[in-house]
Design a protein around this ligand. Structure first.
Ligand code: I3P
Length: 109
């Protein structure tokens, strides 16, 4: 699965709250492949200039869980992703269909 999403970091991999100044929403082109969510600046994919970016932003979803972020009311169509190493992210999708699709793809991949 691929597509543009907005992402906000909430917790780092140690379960510690993400530092102030690093909790803003950013747009990424997101690709799920081999249990890894790659976040690129745009859909030009694994272009050379983006390789370090995408590795830096890769999220391992094995033993992670995606759920609708019903408690987050500032934006619509948001899900929360908690990873096995206790990092936590919010992702905003374009509509409710995309929301369900991302959640199901992450949880049942
Ligand atoms: C964050 C940015 C986010 C905001 C976050 C801020 O500031 O304004 O949009 O999250 O609030 O810390 P910065 O750009 O300096 O990282 P919301 O959009 O969810 O309010 P937070 O501190 O409550 O996470």
């Amino acid at each position: 699965k691929k597509g543009y999403v907005m992402r906000k970091c909430c917790m780092e991999s140690n379960g510690k709250k993400t530092a102030r100044g690093k909790r803003s929403w950013k747009m990424y082109y997101c690709t799920l492949r081999d249990l890894i969510l790659y976040l690129h600046k745009d859909d030009s994919g694994f272009r050379k200039s983006q390789i370090s970016d995408s590795i830096h932003n890769a999220i391992h979803i094995h033993h992670g869980l995606a759920t609708k972020a019903t408690d987050y009311t500032k934006k619509q169509h948001v899900f929360r992703l908690v990873t096995a190493d206790r990092a936590e992210y919010l992702f905003q999708t374009s509509d409710s269909k995309e929301l369900d699709s991302w959640i199901n793809t992450i949880n049942f991949v």
